[in-house]
Design a protein around this ligand. Sequence first.
Ligand code: SF4
Length: 420
Amino acid sequence: MYFAFHKFLNSKPKTKNSKLVAALLDWFAANARDLPWRRTRDPYAIWVSEIMLQQTQVKTVIPFWNRWLRELPTIEAVAKAPSAKIHKLWEGLGYYTRVRNLQKAAQVIVAECRRRGDESQIKNKSETPHVVSYNFPEHFDEVLALPGIGRYTAGAICSIAFNQPTPILDGNVIRVLTRVFGIVENPREKEANLKLWKLAEELVCRAKAFRCGKPPGESAREDARTTKNQNCSHLNQSLMELGALVCTPRQPQCPVCPVRKLCVAFHDNRIGELPNLDKRTTATARHFMAFVVEQQGRLLVRQRPGGVVNAHLWEFPNAESNGTAAKDVFKSIFGIAPPVLQPLCTVKHSITRYRITLEALLVQFGGRRSTTSKILRARGTRPSESSGVWLTPAAMRRLAFSSAHKKLASAAADCILSGR
Ligand code: SF4
């Protein structure tokens, strides 16, 4: 009966959506990239990859994901890990709220499993090199309720790990769908956004009803052997993959696109107009000064408080300068006039809509550090900021710094080693 129903579905005259799903599944089968998280069905590993991939490129994420899974192989390990460890493992990925929410969600899962008495459900037979201990929830609503998981991430986890027909819609998928269906409204506006979610849902539901999809390429053979039907997973991943590799924002590869015959934007020559996103607000330039204070081979660093950007990460004392002279910025932080200030390096980076220039100045003190510590209150610009600690470059390497301050730490270490 089941087979007959699917035979009937597959024998119906093909609509645009059926053709699209078939083309995407075939293309993904032949072109899926060999990514480490595509070799597993472990929802924990897939969840970690999805959180890391938010705002971060695939090639950057791969070594972070491998290291994370090696160091914290189970949900329980994340739930119990010290805050310093999870921050250090995330160091360089940015957007640190993601890692704190990841840990909060792991703690919720462990607590919920314990409350239900699910600890006995520990899976001993893992398809992956790491052991699954506490069960990741399988219901979409339960996944969505976890800290740091929105509709896109819940849809991605449920479809990829459990092959559920849960839609996904991110920047890549929006680009593909607005072009293929010729949607001219702004996809950030409510009505157009709802329409896109509906379309994404129709496609993944149609994929679910397909008799089968071909297994993806070489790397995912294991996946194809252990699970007969991964169409929902592969359909969603094909949309993401097409947006990442072929239907790119600028200069999409239409001549090799598997869905070009179905693509409205291609036929109407309107690719450059879609998606119709409003112009981003222009970036605001901000200038900060950081002081790398050194004495007897140790550097003064402090930990950022909770509830601010880059919370709990370590940094060199710094403040926004707004055109103020370096010696006055130093005095506003430390309460004393500085000795000689030497330029160390300048780091440029962006956080959300801010283009930040961080100018680092080296300040070297002679004499006894205990005396210097008393003078340098390093009180920061907020009352909650720590007064700072003196560390060697080796000790600093064990702490998590933001990317910009890590570059400063590296420049400072070189400076100390060269005896400048
Ligand atoms: Fe994108 Fe071009 Fe393919 Fe249309 S034909 S989906 S615009 S790559």
